[in-house]
Design a protein. Sequence first.
Length: 643
Amino acid sequence: MVFRLFQQGVAVGGALFFLLTTQVSIAFSQNLPTSERMRTLSNERYWHLLMHYRKNLFGGYRSEADGLEFFLAPDGRTDPYSELVANVRAFLQPEPVKTIGPLKQHPSCAFPERHRYLKEQLGLATPVVKCPDFEAWRPRFSPSGATLVFASAYLNNPASMFGHTFLRIDSKPRIDHTKKNDLLDYGVNYSAKTGDDGGITFAVLGLIGGYPGFFSLLPYFEKVQEYSDVESRDLWEYPLHLEPEQIHRMIGHIWELGSTYFDYFFFDENCSYHLLSLLEVANPNWHLTDEFFYWVIPSDTVRVLAKVPGALGPPTFRPSLQRRLERQYEDLNPTELAQFEHARDTQFKLKGNESVAVLDVLIDQQKYDLMRNQRNETDLDKQLRRELLLARAKSLAVSDQKYSGRIDAWHSAAVSNRPDHGVHTAKLSVYGGSFRKTAYYGLQIRPVYHDLFDQDAGYLAFSELTIGRVNLRIYPSEKRVRLHSAHIAEVTSLAPSDALGSRLSWSASGGLVSPRDVACRNCNALAVEGGAGESFWLSPRQSGIFYGLLKITAQYSGWFDANIRFGPLVDTGALFSISDQLKTGLRARFTYFPTQKIRWSFEPTFTMGWLFANQMEFRFEQTWTATKEIHGFDMNGALAWYF
């Protein structure tokens, strides 16, 4: 009897379970939009932006996101429709079929912007799902706006040689009617996780996408300290004209990107490229990433945004600690200069009559010395800083405020040197000239980035970083095109020393060249050279420098004795920024090759670069080459277009 009752109970329970699951299935299928509507939506631009889809050469799609947890469908990385259907099904489930990431989130919590978009577009009646992690994370922003931040180039780190861009989410003031401190806002950064790699490993993996790239959040003051104080990089802060709803959409997508990574490529899928894709989510009408094909340079991305009507506001300039210190020192009058030198030479012992300007230089000098020497602050350092700050507070109370006006004046002048006003990074030149009284003409292409005679707006002054520069030359008498040079890379950093401290200047290059000191017009040689030295200011307005570098060079060609020559090279010269449009320079190179029959060569060069239109330049160069047996001029003029 008991067994029969048990059988009947099982039968009734099974029937009820079947009926319940059937009704749930029917209800679930009724909640699904039509396949036609979902297919139409899967072709919409915003869905593609959320999933980072890009068309491939064969007309299909592939997402640039490389973390597989970013996709809910097995083929979601390449099929926008399949991924959309999988998302709809996941959002309609009260209990997750699949949890996402280390937080084990329901898909509605892991992908809040996808959920909002699909629910709004398809009219989904999704169940209420609690998302404690997302709800605890989101209030930290309280956004009132967003700012694009450009950090100038830093040549001592290969990953930062072209500059860097990131976002700042601007929060509302914490108390009504008070001035907000931007340093307390959050920065949104995209960067590669490289570990301790360096040298060749770092370069190779960075070129082939061997590192994962992640979005991260951190307090803005930490980025300012890293870039402005430690690495001496200037920051330009461009306010973005985005509506509050657009910023909230972008913040929701930032959370979504925490579940994935992107293979990081130095030249295209880098910090600036993925930052633009994030801004496209905020405003889908901005077609920013479409402007780039083979490489993405941070300063170019600023110029692309500046071309979008109403996208950017006027920037705020945040000078690096080094720049601020140099300019404050330059502005000291003779009395203040004597006060500063006395305090510095006596280990910051004060007389009590120092001006606000002098105390500001001393405060920044102490901080700069700590950063440059990469040492931690001791108790003695803290006591000294406290004494300087107390003295400054007392001096400021009796100041006539003329000093603040002086700072505002040079701060405004610095903003005019903003990145979006600079020339583009790619350059095409056509030229003509004469080498040892034989006429020639030619074509030169430089994909990136900036040389010593390009104008400096938005770039690091007295520096050079070019990659892939190719020079083709034609001598009409020979009726053939010759490869005159093909440089893999040329890097130069001429950081002038001054009364505030000495700095290292250095240079390195490698590629195919045509030496002028051999008995032919177009003899190619593989060449590498590199070395270091020092540079000095030539004028109080910091518009000219003198430099001297001691290098080592090695060259390989069939035109040399034993096919190879090497030796020391003295490279010295002077560079002048006459105006924002005109730069000139004198350079002399003396090379000694101990294993060669012709052991020495001397080459003085005069160069002038004149930016006569928005993206057009005329450049003149003349070099005289002298050896024991060969001498002659190489002189040419070039018309160049930046693009």
